[in-house]
Design a protein around this ligand. Structure first.
Ligand SMILES: Nc1ncnc2c1ncn2[C@@H]1O[C@H](COP(=O)(O)OP(=O)(O)O)[C@@H](O)[C@H]1O
Ligand SMILES: [Mg+2]
Length: 162
């Protein structure tokens, strides 16, 4: 896997769906309550594959099929210590949908949130969000640009991706 770091961002090049999954697992293991993963990128670039890894890293049972929540606003997966809230805003309007799903409610904040098509909610993105931009390179290659604005969050990702 290729890796390039510059300032607040790191660029990973994944060469298989499994590699994308494993990046998710590694990040999932160090997540803390309130963490927010903002995933952007076209269809088929690996956002869901990555969230499947996040779920594994959080200790979500393999009995749960982690798929994009297309017909519900949010899929809820209980992990070992934290709950994963998985949203996909592809078909949805924007920030109002995030709030409709209860994002502002306390229970939602007690877990970790992963949002696909997060470009739709740019204006309400938490300051501490971990931004992941996925893009297609070729059949089995995807570029993942990870950026974090908050130093405290970046510190936790040190040795994982930074
Ligand atoms: N390096 C890679 N990382 C992730 N997915 C890949 C990769 N190479 C090929 N793929 C394929 O791309 C598709 C990604 O699908 P998915 O994770 O559902 O994307 P998204 O959620 O962004 O629409 C899958 O069919 C997967 O097998
Ligand atoms: Mg998806």
């Amino acid at each position: 896997m290729d890796r390039t770091e510059s300032g607040q961002s790191v660029i990973l090049v994944s060469e298989s769906p499994e590699q994308t999954f494993r990046i998710g697992v590694k990040i999932g293991r160090i997540l803390e309550v309130g963490d927010f993963l903002a995933l952007t990128g076209e269809l088929g670039t690996g956002k869901t594959a990555f969230v499947q890894g996040i779920a594994r890293g959080l200790g979500v049972s393999e009995n749960y099929a982690v798929v994009s929540p297309t017909f519900t606003l949010v899929n809820v997966y209980p992990g070992e210590a934290l709950t994963l809230y998985h949203m996909d805003l592809y078909r949805l309007g924007g920030a109002a949908d995030l709030l409709d799903a209860g994002f502002d409610e306390e229970n939602f904040q007690e877990g970790v949130t992963a949002v696909e098509w997060a470009e739709r909610i740019q204006d309400v993105m938490p300051e501490g969000a971990i931004s992941l931009v996925f893009s297609y390179v070729d059949e089995f290659t995807r570029k993942i640009v990870i950026s974090v604005r908050l130093e405290s969050v970046r510190d936790r990702l040190k040795g994982v991706v930074f």
